[in-house]
Design a protein around this ligand. Sequence first.
Ligand code: ZN
Length: 169
Amino acid sequence: MKKLISLFCLAALLVSCGGKEEKKTEDEGIKIGTSTQTEKKEDSKSVNVALAGNDMMKFDKSEIRVKAGQEVTLTLRHVGKLDKKVMGHNFVLLKPGTDITTFSISASDAGEAADWIPDGGSAVIAHTKMLGGGETASVTFMAPEAGSYDFICSFPGHSAMMRGKFIVE
Ligand code: ZN
């Protein structure tokens, strides 16, 4: 939670300074943490990953790579305009062996009350909350052991298109 707050502080700082443009490009991760004023520096032990979802029901990345043992701070931005009841997006990193289709059906059943995360997140390594257009959320977690994992959006019907590989090297 602390880290989340510090990220938001940093974002506010960057805006208020009006200094260097911190343009977020589509293919480069948001380098939050390059400022000297933040404790959230990127090094071999931690990495920041930026992911965006839009109103076309698409993530801007189909593959994310990190290293085993790194502390990953993933920031998801919903760059669309639609409400989260219509076009909600989250980032859900599934535990190995979790079937995307089965999980997605359970997520739909769990519904909005559970923020579309079934069984209290027992099949999930990490996830953000569900976002609507214009919203941003971060989640920080330790990268699991080396391997290939699936990430999805668990909003009903979205995982068919909104999915990718989270690769731990
Ligand atoms: Zn979605």
